[in-house]
Design a protein around this ligand. Structure first.
Ligand SMILES: Nc1ncnc2c1ncn2[C@@H]1O[C@H](COP(=O)(O)OP(=O)(O)OP(=O)(O)O)[C@@H](O)[C@H]1O
Ligand SMILES: [Mg+2]
Length: 529
């Protein structure tokens, strides 16, 4: 028992009696404390953790994460990850990337101090990934040492240069009348089942041996449809230069929301790092907007027009702005974006379609009526436009396709009139006949891209009216035969058009002569006889 005495009725211990004569000096104590604290890393094991106060529908509200950043990754105690999206006074609204099994009210949540990143690099080529960058094709794990942030600022205006190199899709009507350049954002828009995906897939297939890297992003698609697309790409030897980022309709809305940004980050590594040209297909952004709407409503953000949140325009503008053609000073490279939008009953003036039309540099408008009448690809040339791609078109193509748009417009107009009367004058009948042959020429099957020089020959042949006497059902066979004839008899001419992109008067004379010779040798089908 230590000796003690009382002050104001409270018991005190006699300090002198602890260890005999030992005096506790305040200066000494603070020195000892300071010494022992010196070199201690206060930040070392400090983690900001919070507690789930509410969980439901894949959204967790977390209390206690005061320093949390917008878009920061959060780790839940059971291994789930999520992203902080709503930073409020008393809590943080966080979306979960997977099913919230095991996350309960009261579960601990840890900050990671980093925003969402995805692995990037050449190792991803030929693979199918989820939006987190994890392979889902049963292949080996992907070993990359580089990652990029999913959300990144688009390059500024001084880092860019105008679009002037063509991005050939291999689709005759697109390359001739709605040309796409590298770095352009061209919207593919149309009702469901009008061939939107097919055009994008054909464009990817056509990039074989061009050095262009392709990324196909499936957003909210059925997994079986995506598997079919991957299979098509494999069958056409197009998977070597392609990456598929897939968020299927069964994935959580936040994963679908993330997919295009993650894919864009992967594309940016090729553009900024390797100075390559990239073609990226967002299939489709209507479903992306719906996924974002779901998330926003669950996060209790105020709904606006069609219940989309107020920032739905920014959702797509910041994504598509990242498509660019970089200036030569920073190494060139480009990202060409082909976003896809699904319309309802051809209504292009709905909210999301008008938004995306205004963000892109043109649109390819597909029509159900044309599709069902057998005109495929069902491109409505009158409503489709490319605002920048013309500068990227080769001279040869410009030469043969210059009047095509006008001739088709005249044809459509005359067609409407001709329905009312049968006695047409000769010139009208000629124009109608010519228009119908042009339309037949523009029909194209699936996965059958046509190289630029062969497109030039086919269009020249139609323009010079070699098809006038051929019946419509024969046109496709005629054109196929024509290309084979040129390959066999004038391979050097085709090569010179391909390499120079020019269509000189001498070349034109030679092509005209060969077209005439082929027309002589063509055997019409028996229907005609
Ligand atoms: N040029 C074409 N020639 C023949 N068939 C075609 C052509 N383009 C598309 N198709 C066929 O039309 C169907 C629909 O095509 P696709 O899936 O590309 O349309 P979509 O608009 O992407 O449909 P969804 O709205 O379901 O995404 C497919 O079966 C496809 O094979
Ligand atoms: Mg589709």
């Amino acid at each position: 028992m230590l000796p003690s005495y009382q002050i104001d009725g409270r018991e005190q211990i006699d300090s002198e009696s602890i260890g005999g004569n030992m005096q506790v000096k305040p200066g000494e104590t603070s020195r000892l404390l300071l010494e022992s604290l010196q070199g201690y890393d206060f930040n070392k094991d400090l983690e900001e953790t919070g507690t789930v106060i509410q969980i439901g529908d894949g959204i967790a509200h977390v209390h206690g994460l005061l320093g949390c950043m917008n878009g920061e990754l959060l780790e839940f105690a059971n291994g789930n990850t999520g992203m902080a999206l709503n930073l409020e006074d008393s809590n943080v609204g966080c979306v979960l990337f997977s099913e919230a099994k095991g996350v309960r009210e009261g579960s601990k949540v840890k900050r990671t101090n980093r925003t969402m990143h995805v692995p990037v690099g050449k190792q991803l080529l030929g693979r199918v990934l989820n939006p987190l960058g994890e392979p889902i094709d049963n292949g080996p794990a992907i070993k990359t040492d580089k990652t990029r942030p999913v959300e990144a600022l688009a390059s500024g205006v001084t880092e860019r240069q105008p679009v002037k190199v063509p991005m050939q899709t291999g689709v005759l009507s697109i390359d001739s009348m709605i040309p796409i350049g590298r770095g352009q954002r061209q919207l593919i828009i149309g009702d469901r089942q009008t061939g939107k995906t097919s055009i994008a897939v054909d464009a990817i297939i056509n990039q074989r041996n061009t050095g262009v890297i392709c990324i196909y992003v499936a957003i909210g698609q059925k997994a079986s449809v995506v598997a079919g697309i991957v299979e098509t790409l494999h069958r056409n030897n197009a998977m070597d230069h392609t990456i598929v980022v897939c968020s299927s309709s069964s994935d959580a809305a936040p994963l679908q929301y993330l997919a295009p940004y993650a894919a864009c980050a992967i594309a940016e590594e090729f553009m900024y790092g390797d100075h390559s040209d990239v073609l990226i297909v967002y299939d489709d952004l209507s479903k992306h907007a719906v996924a974002y709407r779901t998330m926003s409503l669950l996060l209790k953000r105020p709904p606006g027009r069609e219940a989309y949140p107020g920032d739905v325009f920014y959702l797509h503008s910041r994504l598509l702005e990242r498509a660019a053609r970089l200036s030569d000073d920073i190494g060139g490279g480009s990202i060409t974006a082909l976003p896809i939008i699904e319309t309802l009953a051809g209504d292009i003036s709905a909210y999301i379609p008008t938004n995306v039309i205004s963000i892109t540099d043109g649109q390819i408008f597909l029509e159900s009526e044309l599709f069902h009448s057998g005109f495929r690809p069902a491109i409505n040339v009158g409503l489709s436009v490319s605002r920048v791609g013309g500068a990227a078109q080769t001279k040869a193509m410009k030469h043969v396709a210059g009047s095509l748009r006008l001739e088709l417009a005249q044809y459509r107009e005359l067609q409407v009139f001709s329905q009312f009367g049968s006695d047409l004058d000769v010139s009208t009948r000629e124009r109608l006949n010519h228009g119908s042959k042009l339309m037949a020429t523009l029909k194209q099957g699936l996965q059958a891209p046509i190289p630029m020089e062969e497109q030039v020959i086919i269009l020249f042949n139609a323009k010079e009216r070699f098809l006038e006497k051929i019946i419509s059902v024969d046109v496709s066979r005629y054109n196929k035969g024509l290309v084979v004839y040129f390959r066999n008899t004038a391979a050097d001419l085709l090569a010179s058009i391909r390499e120079t992109g020019q269509f000189s008067p001498e070349a034109e004379a030679k092509v005209r002569q060969l077209c005439g010779a082929y027309a002589q040798s063509f055997q019409p089908s028996s229907v005609h006889k």
